[in-house]
Design a protein around this ligand. Structure first.
Ligand code: UGB
Length: 446
């Protein structure tokens, strides 16, 4: 007899066929049902396996980050908090990116000295001698400034820092510097000066409250502009190097974050900054090394053998400009990633207002080092250089009393004194310690 179920499954047509077919179908149904349930079990198993694989992956990720990363953990958070602590009424808590860099070190020390809280961030890349960066870090540590080793492209790290500390300000100095190196490693400029900047701005925009941001643009944005002195309202749409183009892009990018999210932004166009603890890739630094070692120096010359000139600016003047900018930055207005009203957007030149030619720079170094340079004049290669720079700083003067006070003669004297105390008179350079430069025109230090 067909079962009740078979009755329900097939039309009630009498005959043998019906019963046989019903049995066959019954078997097929059971087979089908059993294969569906097998598939179901397999699917479950697969899901379970995937889930455990993913959680294992995430465990391994977290674990490896915990064990290998240089940030995170209770002790680390404590150090970050302590470093950010202010020691004066109305003091600010500043995240300084690029803190183990030349300008970053000086600005961090100046902020700490006057009682502000400072947390440094630096990726210690090998663009130039890392041991100099480590030495700057030790100096900062001695003054109670904690340096987080990490990259501005690390969004998780930035979010964590903003979780741990309510930063009132960000002094953004981390960047790929150097005008001519952009031809050798263009991607590093995009990575740090564009992608890194955006990652940092994203973190700042989401922070609650949002910090005010002061950051390093560059005199190089004036590019092929030939109206002197350079004023902030002059053309900046003809950059001569990729470095300059990324800094100019930074000015536009920060503008959009100011416009959309209400971040307070101040961009500082630095003019060829020099001084103690400086950058070994810069001319004054490499010339000093080569003169001391009796090696020739390459002095570039412009069209028609015109000397190149720069508005060389001493580090102490730049530091005053940075602090003045932070003090007058005004508040960001957004919260939770939303703009609540207009916020300040400013751009200032920070220069020395009196350009000096490169051969004169060499003569000053010769006097301070008491040694003759072996000059090797070469026509300026088409590598992104501009013939001269000259800052008009009246805007910065009006906004926060910026007034450069150190001339090149005085500033280089201080630099040479530091150089000799740091490296000694007979500092010997080993091949390959300064990886990126092939020309030999730049310092190799360790
Ligand atoms: O203001 C800026 O925004 C930039 O300033 C700095 O760039 P520059 O002004 O190019 O400084 P720097 O390399 O010291 O060359 C100085 C002069 O020496 C000439 N120069 C250079 C090397 C050499 O071997 N020979 C030579 O004649 C050279 O032709 C030039 O005329 C920063 O590096 C840069 O990161 C950015 O911050």
């Amino acid at each position: 007899m067909p079962s009740k179920l078979e009755d329900e499954l097939f039309p009630s047509t009498p005959g043998k066929f019906k019963i046989e077919r019903a049995h066959t179908m019954n078997r097929q149904f059971h087979r089908c049902f059993s294969s569906t349930s097998t598939m179901f079990v397999w699917a479950l198993l697969l899901i379970a396996l995937t889930a455990s694989y993913l959680s294992l992956q995430s465990f391994l990720d977290t674990g490896s980050r915990y064990f290998s990363a240089s940030w995170g953990g209770i002790q680390w958070e404590k150090q970050v908090r302590n470093s950010a602590q202010t020691h004066r009424n109305g003091g600010m808590s500043v995240l300084v990116t690029g803190a183990a860099g030349f300008v970053g070190t000086h600005v961090s020390l100046a902020l700490k000295k006057r009682g502000d809280g400072v947390v440094g961030l630096d990726n210690f890349n090998d663009y130039y001698d890392q041991s100099l960066k480590k030495a700057r870090k030790s100096l900062l540590n001695e003054h109670g400034i904690f340096i987080v080793e990490g990259d501005i492209n690390d969004a998780k790290l930035l979010d964590k820092l903003f979780d741990v500390v309510v930063f009132t300000h960000v002094m953004h100095l981390a960047a790929q510097a150097g005008v001519r190196y952009a031809m050798e490693n263009p991607q590093s400029y995009v990575h740090s000066n564009i992608a890194g900047l955006v990652t940092l701005l994203e973190a700042c925009k989401s922070a609650n409250p949002q910090p005010s941001i002061v950051w390093a643009s560059s005199s190089s944005v004036y590019g092929l502009n030939d109206k002197v002195p350079f004023s902030e309202s002059d053309r900046t749409d003809r950059p001569a190097s990729l470095y300059a183009a990324t800094k100019k892009a930074g000015e536009e990018i920060t503008h959009t974050y100011n416009h959309i999210y209400g971040l307070s932004i101040t961009g500082l166009r630095f003019f060829t900054v020099y001084g103690p603890w400086g950058r070994p890739d810069m001319a004054y630094f490499s010339f000093t090394r080569n003169i001391l070692q009796g090696k020739p120096i390459t002095v570039y010359r412009g069209k028609n053998r015109v000397d190149l000139a720069r508005d060389f600016t001493y580090i102490d003047d730049i530091v005053k400009g940075c602090l003045g900018s932070l003090d007058t930055s005004g508040k960001s207005t957004g919260s939770g990633g939303k703009k609540r009203g207009p916020a300040p957007f400013r751009i200032f030149n920070l220069g020395n207002t009196s350009p000096v030619t490169v051969p004169t720079l060499v003569s000053i170094l010769e006097r301070h080092l008491q040694k003759k340079a072996k000059r090797n004049f070469v026509d300026m290669p088409g590598n992104g250089d501009v013939p001269f720079t000259h800052a008009n700083t009246s805007l910065a003067r009006k906004a926060f009393g910026y007034k450069p006070t150190t001339d090149l003669q005085t500033g280089l004297k201080k630099f040479v004194k530091w150089y000799l105390s740091y490296y000694g008179y007979n500092h010997v350079i080993h091949e390959g310690q300064f990886r990126h430069l092939k020309s030999g025109s730049v310092a190799v230090l360790d």
